[in-house]
Design a protein around this ligand. Structure first.
Ligand code: NAD
Length: 472
């Protein structure tokens, strides 16, 4: 059995001082597949020290040198994309198509950051002043379990583009993926200390990096609840904080949409990553007069979806990542039924023939009212709520009546009209007739979905600090 008991500090894999050992359990077999040691506060301090020592030299690197580093990282991660894919499938049950996408995206984000960096002017004029954009300093990159390779690599890419060294803290629930990704990053042979990686609990490693004065910036992706703690911990040392948080995205099908294609995309978005995606379109808003037709399409499409082993190419919905996730989803399905929503497919318990593993039935409710828990809270599983509207005004109001505002989807046969409606949706991103993002554009949320943007120019600037120089 694999033992994972090292951190990556100052260019080397080193033994951890922490001594808490956790089991990594396969979501398919429920058997222990690896044991991982968690770092402690001392380990975090060593990682921060290494990043802090490397920061002055990193800040002085030229654009060309940083682009070179990014392209080395891209090659190194690309070379290992199959191992990254397999670890994603094995550790949290990511279905193969999704795991494949994430592993390739992990390498692509270095190329994207290089492209943004190439054209970015670090100096500009404002009145008589010159404004110089400088690296903010050492960045703490904190990642959730549901997108380990993608989050690690995209955050690291933009930190490097800006000239920042980093301390990366992936989730304690993804040590296998972390190890594989870190081994790939190591192959890029960057100067020591530019990035340092350790797994640990939020309460010690997380807290140390959020309070240590040597950290200048926190780029956090995770739940809204933890994001608030991170922001509070960081404020005493005035850290710059970006928060990419939870979502409850609305997918609006307009009356003129091609229903089979719109519903198919909406379901793929709702069940993306087994429903464990921040951008999951978990509220489907449809015209009341089309509800019956929508329900019949949903039943057909969900009925044809393969639920099963994540490594099979035919699987659309794999297991949830953990027993805790399984229980969470069961709780929300019960709440939906208790609060009066109509179950149209799926429901409580495991699918037939899948009694071992954290498998759930892809579940869809109709007659959902926007005040119900299943419409308001992020479930983080394959559970879709269908709500109805009478007019486009109602649709916009319903979509915006949410604590969250990460991503929204619009489906229509009149894209220009949909683009006008998009202006009225309160969300960081609106996708029209598609469910895949543009990775060169800024990404982030409004309201309880976060603060700040990642990717693109704004993503780069989130690791920069402007300095104004005014000459007499
Ligand atoms: P989480 O908030 O439980 O944990 C995220 C990270 O924070 C982990 O590495 C964890 O160890 C760390 N952490 C916990 N307590 C901390 C503390 N006090 N100080 C510092 N770090 C601490 O989230 P999760 O369950 O791992 O991930 C799922 C959540 O992430 C969902 O809500 C999902 O919507 C969100 N998410 C958002 C995006 C986005 O881009 N908006 C992307 C992926 C996931």
């Amino acid at each position: 059995m694999q033992q994972l008991d090292q951190a990556y500090i100052n260019g080397n894999f080193v033994a951890l001082k922490g001594n808490e050992v956790i089991d990594i359990v396969s979501p398919v077999t429920e058997r222990i597949i690896a044991k991982a040691t968690l770092g402690n506060r001392e380990d975090a301090k060593s990682a921060i020290f290494a990043a802090h020592k490397a920061q002055p030299a990193m800040a002085k690197t030229t654009k060309t040198e940083r682009i070179e580093m990014l392209m080395q990282l891209r090659e190194a991660v690309l070379a290992e994309h199959l191992r990254i894919r397999d670890a994603t499938i094995e550790e949290y049950g990511g279905p193969v198509a999704r795991a494949q996408w994430v592993s390739q995206y992990a390498s692509q984000c270095f190329a994207n950051a290089a492209q943004i960096l190439k054209d970015y002017p670090f100096s500009s004029k404002a009145g008589s002043a010159t404004v110089v954009m400088e690296p903010v300093g050492v960045a703490a990159l904190i990642a959730p379990w549901n997108s380990t390779a993608g989050t690690l690599c995209s955050k690291l890419a933009y930190a490097i583009a800006a000239g920042c060294t980093s301390v990366i803290k992936p989730s304690e629930l993804s040590p296998l993926q972390t190890r594989v990704v870190t081994e790939a990053l190591h192959q890029a042979a960057l100067p020591d200390g530019i990035f340092n990686v350790l797994i640990g609990r939020g309460t010690d490693v997380g807290d140390e990096i959020c309070t240590n004065p040597a950290i200048a910036k926190i780029s956090f992706t995770g739940s809204t609840q933890t994001g608030k703690l991170v922001a509070q911990s960081g404020i005493n040392t005035m850290k710059r904080v970006s928060l990419a948080l939870s979502g409850k995205s609305a997918a609006i099908v307009l009356e003129d949409a091609d229903l089979p294609s719109a519903i198919s995309m909406a379901l793929n978005s709702a069940f993306l990553n087994n429903g464990q995606a921040c951008v999951s379109g978990s509220r489907l808003l449809v015209p009341r007069k089309k509800l019956e037709l929508v329900i019949s399409i949903v039943k057909t499409l969900v009925g044809a979806m393969q639920v099963g082993a994540p490594h099979l190419a035919t699987t659309i919905v794999g297991p949830l990542a953990s027993l805790a996730q399984y229980n969470r989803v069961q709780h929300f399905i019960s709440r939906g039924m208790e609060q009066g929503a109509t179950l149209i497919t799926g429901g409580l318990g495991k699918p037939k023939g899948l009694q071992t593993g954290y498998f759930v039935k892809p579940t869809v409710f109709s007659d959902v009212q926007n005040h119900m828990d299943i419409a308001r809270e992020e479930i983080f599983g394959p559970v879709l709520s269908i709500l109805t509207y009478d007019t486009e005004e109602d649709a916009i109001a319903l979509a915006n009546d949410s604590d969250f505002g990460l991503q929204a989807y619009l489906f229509s046969s009149q894209p220009e009209k949909a683009a006008r409606l998009a202006e009225r949706l309160v969300a960081g991103t609106v996708l029209i007739n598609r469910i895949t993002p543009d990775l060169l554009a800024p990404f982030g949320g409004v309201k309880q979905s976060g603060i700040g943007r990642e990717f693109g120019v704004l993503g780069l600037e989130s690791y920069l600090e402007p300095k104004t120089i005014v000459l007499e």
